[in-house]
Design a protein around this ligand. Structure first.
Ligand SMILES: Nc1ncnc2c1ncn2[C@@H]1O[C@H](COP(=O)(O)OP(=O)(O)O)[C@@H](O)[C@H]1O
Ligand SMILES: [Mg+2]
Length: 367
């Protein structure tokens, strides 16, 4: 009994194609596996769910336990309404199908169904949609700000040429400097929209090594550790853009380590190959995974849900553009960028399909 293999928590992508939320449990109710839909329903990652017992997710576990004890060791199922604690503390009574498998692993499979279409769409997809809307508003606002700004700057320049008093000239300099700062900010906001991708075949480690050299020269006290899978095939991508992504993420890590004076500051660049990976509703035979880890303070909890939005930053000199741009580039490459973070460990993971043309089994969760 003790030697039974635990139910595999990885490479179970097929369950991610199912719109119902699925939880597989052992006989004590511990969660062995959760699919992507369960992740977005409960607002917790698979690994967070795998640390919980099903009772942690139920408003009252009485009915659930009653069912389990009545049907022990039998293969049977029941459909019922149970009250679950779903994402962002909105509680809900959901149609719940409980199946006792009669096996050791998993001993029970729970399926949850909801008609709330928005919950079926993955957290990542919703975030990307919101970012798109935000960016559109910012783009329009940016153009509105830029036009009069040119006029203000020009008028201040003309005024400066007419003035003789140093103190007054200084005032016009302030107007010019601040107008330039605003123009740069707006330009930063606008450059990220829709840039053509120039695809080339490249070894991903050439790109990470470029970034490593840059970060090492900028932040001498930080150690950079490389944990590379050298067997990753050449990646088809826009080299400049992907270097920009890796640099933005690494720079954020380095800045966080430096700002908080972390002892033994460390950034790890880890590369792996992922097989049969579903990225943004498309299945890819091979994808490169790059993880950028740091032992810094962690992303401030208050902005964890918003860091990919434009202008979200936790420090006064930040523009909050770096991660928006990173996400936009990775999405344009049909990839995925996400993160998990707590004090002492932040991991940004970037998945990019190895080849731009080979994506199979396209599907839509809404269809
Ligand atoms: N590795 C990290 N550790 C801690 N916080 C991070 C990390 N990466 C990103 N962040 C947070 O995300 C915010 C947004 O990052 P970004 O979009 O690059 O904008 P900026 O760097 O200009 O603030 C940062 O201000 C920071 O609070
Ligand atoms: Mg940044």
């Amino acid at each position: 009994m003790g030697q039974a293999q635990p139910f595999s928590l990885v490479n179970f992508d097929i369950a991610d194609l199912i719109t119902a939320s699925i939880l597989c449990l052992d006989s004590s109710g511990r969660i062995l596996f959760a699919n992507s839909s369960a992740e977005s329903l409960f607002g917790l990652s698979k690994s967070q769910l795998a640390r919980l017992n099903v009772e942690d997710l139920l408003k009252s576990s009485e009915k659930f336990r009653e069912f389990c004890s009545a049907n022990e060791e039998e293969s049977s199922h029941i459909q019922t309404k149970l009250e679950w604690n779903i994402a962002r503390s909105r509680d809900a009574r959901l149609d719940t199908m409980i199946t006792q498998t009669g096996m050791l692993y998993p001993s029970c499979v729970v399926e949850l169904r909801t008609d709330l279409r928005s919950i079926k769409i993955s957290k990542e997809e919703r975030r990307a949609d919101l970012v798109k809307v935000n960016k559109m508003i910012l783009k329009n606002l940016g153009h509105e700000v830029k036009n009069p700004l040119g006029g203000i700057r020009g008028a201040a320049q003309l005024l400066k040429d007419e003035l003789v008093e140093d103190e007054l000239v200084e005032y016009t300099n302030v107007i010019i400097k601040e107008a330039d700062r605003l123009r740069d900010l707006v330009d930063n906001m606008l450059i990220s929209s829709k840039r053509a991708i120039k695809y080339e075949q490249v070894n991903i480690h050439e790109l990470t090594e470029r970034v490593r050299t840059l970060i090492e020269s900028e932040y001498k006290q930080i150690s950079i550790i490389c944990d590379y899978d050298v067997s990753i095939p050449e990646l088809e991508c826009d080299v400049t853009q992907i270097v920009q992504v890796i640099l933005n993420v690494c720079r954020n890590a380095a800045e966080a380590l430096q700002r908080h004076n972390i002892k033994n500051p460390k950034i790890t660049l880890k590369s792996r190959i992922a097989r049969q990976k579903t990225l943004r509703r498309k299945k890819h035979t091979l994808a490169a995974l790059l993880e950028i880890r740091d032992n810094g303070p962690g992303v401030p909890y208050s902005i964890q849900d918003q860091i990919f939005y434009p202008l979200v930053s936790s420090h006064p000199n930040g523009h909050g553009i770096g991660l928006t741009l990173a996400q936009e580039i990775i999405h344009a490459h049909h990839g995925l960028i996400d993160f998990e973070s707590r004090e002492g460990l932040t991991i940004f993971s970037i998945h990019i399909p190895i080849s731009k043309s080979e994506s199979v089994n396209e599907f839509s969760m809404d269809s």
